[in-house]
Ligand binder design. Sequence first.
Ligand code: HSE
Length: 436
Amino acid sequence: MNEPVGIALLGSGVVGRGVLAILSEQQDLLERRTGLRFEVCHVVCRDVNKNADLAKTYNLHTDTTRAVSDPRVKIVVEVMGGLGAESPINEAIRSGKHIVTANKALLAARGNHLFPLAKKHGVSIGFEASCAGGIPIIDALTRGLLSNRIDSLTGIINGTCNYILTQMTEKGQTYSQALSEAQKLGYAEADPTLDVNGRDSAQKLAILASLAFNCQVNERDIHITGIDTLQADDIRFAEELGYAIKLLGIAERVGDSLSLRVHPTLVHHGELLADVNGAFNAISLYGHAIGHQFFYGRGAGQMPTASAVVADILGVALGIIPHTFARLNIYPGQLEPARVLPFEQLRSRYYLRVSAADVPGVFADITAALGKHHISLSGVSQKESEEDVSVVPVVVVTHRATEGDIQAALKEIDALATIKSPTVCLRIVDVPKEFA
Ligand code: HSE
């Protein structure tokens, strides 16, 4: 038997502990399958006292330099999260260690520095766990789908938001009740603001879109709206119209540009994405040869994320990831910048909820403003207000229009004396139809 593969684990939180559990509990299975044994040489944490239970089994300390410079260590596994992980990762790469990371925030912000640095030092970065938890979407994009020109990639890529939306829709929970449950279940980031404001999804979309479309997509290229401003009324009204509201990350070719966006979106109940509930994630993509592919699985939480981390540890130890990483020209830092479609040029169908005073003529004013900006309506319904009877929610569904026209019309509508609060504007996704 060869020497064990030495690992330094940076981070002892939810995911780190899941990684330790798989490596110890599945040791025999992993050895039978790969012929390799793994030894966790270091577990680096922020506070040794808070992780005292791990000290019984592992070499637990707070010194990243000691861990990454240990000659026994071949793979540094970073599950600390946050931009502060850049410095130990840099140090590890410069010491010739392969990296496995779940850190989407860091890869989205600094991937174009870290990937070339790793290539220069002859090591690799495995990052399956950075996107969509346990779903092997990075493996698919870097191997199984390599022969395809990808035309669109749409995903539910934040488990916390999907959990919150599901609980609000199906269990009638409030936003804050559902968020606090998602935190207890280990789905949310240390700072859940990143989940609910859409940035976590945008970071993942930047990583996935760069691989799928072979161009450098940065978080700042993506239009982002989170679920933190979504109102329960709109979830209800959308359901009445036959739609679920999902936080989607969307990247699609429009001519020679890419439309890139994360926002709460109405998805018709006939579509697969509408039935993805709880902390599950899904990625729906269209390749020119393969047609429609749908990936579904647990997108957050301890063991699904740890599953992806350990898969990368195996991939590195077996030489599969280092080989792919060295050979392919698909990683940030070696790609042309994305040509991004300006958001106002987006064409979509829209759901609008106008809060109108209950007076004659208001309906005509709304439709006049929409008509003036070339927006054609496919449905209008007046709802009953549950609170203020003097204000009538009017829900308008449009045919395809441009974002620029919609925003211009809303500016006029919201300036009317009869409109009592800013109009809610949500996009309705039209999932591409598979070519014949
Ligand atoms: N906070 C993330 C989510 C964890 O909820 O999806 C997985 O990246």
